[in-house]
Write a protein that binds this ligand. Structure first.
Ligand code: MG
Length: 221
């Protein structure tokens, strides 16, 4: 077990990787670019812990897809097990924040949508969850702060957004997920992507940032 990759904080602390929960279409402009609208209940999907890669590693494009997309997202790390929570106290269950890329096989996902099938392959393949180092919740006291997110492909800015634009807040998502699944220390939440998603190709260099706090560099092979 000990050779499993660990999540890392900027101060060097390590955490095990739990379940990776992801929220679909949590920004209205991205829902629009997908030809959709924000649904009444959140769209939830899960990536396995083996999807996680860390800073300076490579996204490995699978040979069964020809259209792989980046989606930059705020990633929230759960620090304490929870089930029923008061949304106002959701910050107490957060260990920290990072920037992640919800790497998506768009062609496989579109086919699954058409056939009413699950997204597990399109969203959970090996290396589909690059995540930066985490900044600790205690830096922000008892508040859940807003962050700016950016993503560059080969030094060109492709996505820029603020978590202020999220349709469902981090606190609301924690309450919802805790109620449905129960959350555990080490679980992660990818909170959805702002508009501007697009394709990546072999040889691309991707840089994502939680502006002012953490950066993530990954290559594509
Ligand atoms: Mg996403």
């Amino acid at each position: 077990m000990d050779n499993y990759k660990k999540l890392k904080f900027t101060d060097g602390t390590e955490y095990p990787v739990g379940t990776i929960y992801c929220i679909g279409q949590n920004y209205a402009k991205h829902a629009l670019e997908m030809g959709s609208t924000v649904a009444e209940n959140p769209t939830i999907f899960i990536k396995p812990p083996s999807a996680f890669i860390e800073d300076n590693e490579m996204i490995v494009l699978p040979d069964f897809s020809s259209n792989v997309h980046y989606e930059v997202e705020l990633v929230v790390l759960i620090g304490k097990d929870c089930k029923e929570i008061d949304e106002n106290l959701a910050w107490e269950y957060i260990a920290g924040y990072a920037v992640g890329i919800d790497v998506t096989l768009r062609d496989i996902q579109n086919q699954a949508k058409k056939e009413g099938k699950p997204w597990a392959v399109a969203k959970g393949f090996f290396s589909s969850a690059p995540i930066s180092k985490f900044i600790k919740q205690n830096v922000f006291g008892s508040k859940i702060p807003f962050f700016d997110l950016k993503l560059y492909v080969n030094n060109e800015l492709k996505q820029y957004g603020s978590t202020k634009e999220m349709e469902r807040t981090v606190a609301n998502l924690i309450k919802y997920l805790a109620n449905v699944f129960s959350l555990r220390k080490g679980d992660l939440i990818f909170t959805g992507t702002p508009a501007g998603v697009g394709q990546i190709k072999t040889g691309d260099k991707i840089e994502a940032e939680l502006t002012g706090f953490s950066k993530l560099y990954v290559g594509v092979k």
